[in-house]
Design a protein around this ligand. Structure first.
Ligand code: SF4
Ligand code: SF4
Length: 499
């Protein structure tokens, strides 16, 4: 059922209420100001874009899509709310922080109360929210460093005659999608996914960062020499699913970003490689929003069809692989977009094979990307989290692993529950330990958890402690792991109120 209706109990904030208002707006009899209607905007304001109605509604009402379309028309040619610029353009802001290597400065400034308050006010962010910390090293920067280390190690070993085979040669390849959240805010998830996918016998690649086909230059007709962009680092681009633009109704910008993404992904599509997307909302955006927004571009449907979740990638492309046996209870949340668009059958089978027992809650965590961060949404966001997710976590025992594949769900757990939720890739990577003989494990870029910033460890539970060398310590993990059945410690308080 619609989470905002469950939280408010008001018809206006149900799928049916919103659908009725939209119908009246389009009919133009009761609501006469069309797309500019403030009444419809207010009714859609509390829609979390969770896509729950997409599967629950028998006639397939997809309010998240209608909301994006409405916001697109409503704000056409007008100034938007500050949150649309602050959070809709999040990929741009985070890329700028990464390019200027200002992550530590941004984190330091965001930890100063008055400065954070001003930033939140300017960005239309709820004052109750904490600003997520930016990772010190992005996922793709870690990837590049690891690649260089591997090449050097290979050359060294080849010179000594110890190695003649290129690592990864002969393996099936998958392309790992570096979504904005994994790239800038939660790179430990990406590192863990690489660890697991490689342990499963797959060769992991990242999407290209330059167009293989020559771009138009100057007159818009002539083409630059092939490979021109390779030598122009400032022209390098990143793939993006456009999710933040879609959810804030900036559909023209979303189309631009998605066309650029398709240009970059052409070699991947031509090679027929699967694209593994770790963040469920990005996977859902690529599966559904992309072909809807770019229905005139045949590459859109091809990319949508190539998208697989982490569990689907392991099941389809490494069927003989057995995950590490963890034998732990789990709780947490199936991401609402996973439930509505992607399905969780492969995830269930993966958890079962790894001995992760217990049901995850459904519904929506209440954060839903930008929704829970927007000013005025905090109470509804909290009420949605209190509906299923937080009670389930509180009722769990202290040795229970809290699973949450979505960055939003993990943020909600962290900010409201004082618990660190983990992507299933992180849990499996910990079960695998370090890659044997991998150059990764020998330096600061090693292992799935290596290089994890203080920000990423802040909410870490016992099993995430590490020894003095910086590597995850299994002994520390064993010692810190609570006895089975022990009660979960009380979470920290928020603004002095137990949550
Ligand atoms: S997208 Fe989610 S919050 Fe919005 S109407 Fe549908 S079920 Fe309700
Ligand atoms: S048709 Fe869909 S939106 Fe309308 S009342 Fe039924 S479930 Fe709700």
């Amino acid at each position: 059922m619609c989470p905002s209706f469950r939280a408010t109990g008001e018809e206006e904030h149900s799928t049916r209420g919103r659908a009725r208002l939209l119908h009246e707006m389009l009919a133009g009899e009761v609501i006469t100001d069309g797309w500019r209607s403030a009444e419809v905007r207010d009714a859609l304001d509390l829609c979390l874009s969770c896509k729950g109605c997409r599967t629950d509604c028998p006639v397939g009402v997809d309010m998240a899509t209608y909301k994006a379309e409405f916001l697109h028309h409503h704000y056409e040619g007008r100034r938007r709310p500050a949150a649309h610029y602050a959070m809709g353009w999040l990929p741009v802001w985070l890329s700028a922080v990464s390019r200027t290597r200002a992550g530590a400065v941004v984190n330091a400034l965001a930890s100063v109360g008055p400065l954070a308050a001003v930033a939140k006010r300017l960005g239309g962010i709820a004052p109750e929210r904490g600003i997520p910390r930016v990772a010190r090293e992005t996922f793709s920067r870690w990837w590049s460093r690891r690649f260089r280390d591997r090449v050097r190690a290979f050359v060294r070993e080849a010179k000594r005659g110890e190695r003649t085979r290129v690592p990864g040669a002969g393996r099936e390849s998958v392309v790992l999608w570096p979504d904005t959240f994994t790239e800038h805010l939660s790179p430990a998830v990406g590192r863990a996914a690489v660890r697991v996918l490689e342990a499963a016998g797959l060769a992991v690649l990242l999407p290209p960062t330059f167009r293989m086909k020559s771009p138009a230059v100057m007159d818009g007709v002539s083409k630059a020499p092939a490979g021109f962009n390779v030598f122009m680092p400032h022209r390098r681009r990143r793939v993006c699913c456009g999710l933040t633009y879609v959810s804030t109704g900036q559909l023209d910008r979303a189309r631009t970003v998605l066309r650029r993404t398709l240009d970059l992904m052409e070699p991947v599509l031509d090679a027929g490689l699967p694209v593994v997307v770790l963040e469920p909302s990005c996977a859902a955006a690529l599966r559904t929003d992309l072909p809807e927004l770019l229905h005139d571009d045949p590459r859109a449907a091809r990319l949508a069809a190539a998208v697989v979740t982490f569990a689907e990638a392991l099941e389809r492309h490494a069927p003989a692989w057995t995950p590490p046996r963890l034998d732990r209870p789990v709780t947490g949340q199936t991401h609402c977009h996973q439930h509505a668009v992607l399905g969780d059958a492969a995830d269930r089978r993966l958890r079962e094979a790894a001995g992760l027992t217990g049901e995850l809650t459904g519904g929506c965590c209440g954060l839903a990307g930008n929704f829970g961060f927007e000013k005025g949404h905090y109470d509804i966001s909290t009420a949605c989290a209190e509906d299923q997710l937080l009670p389930a976590v509180r009722a769990s025992t202290a040795d229970t692993i809290v699973l949450a594949d979505g960055f939003s769900c993990r943020t909600q757990l962290e900010q409201l529950g004082g618990v660190r939720g983990r992507h299933v890739a992180e849990v499996l990577a910990e079960g695998l330990g370090e890659a044997p003989g991998d150059v990764l494990g020998k330096g600061p870029g090693g292992g799935p958890g290596a290089g994890r910033g203080r920000d990423e460890e802040r909410w870490g539970r016992g099993e995430n402690r590490r020894c003095g060398c910086g590597r995850p310590s299994r002994r520390a993990a064993r010692a810190a792991r609570p006895a089975p059945g022990a009660r979960r410690p009380a979470p920290p308080t928020l603004r002095g109120t137990p949550v």
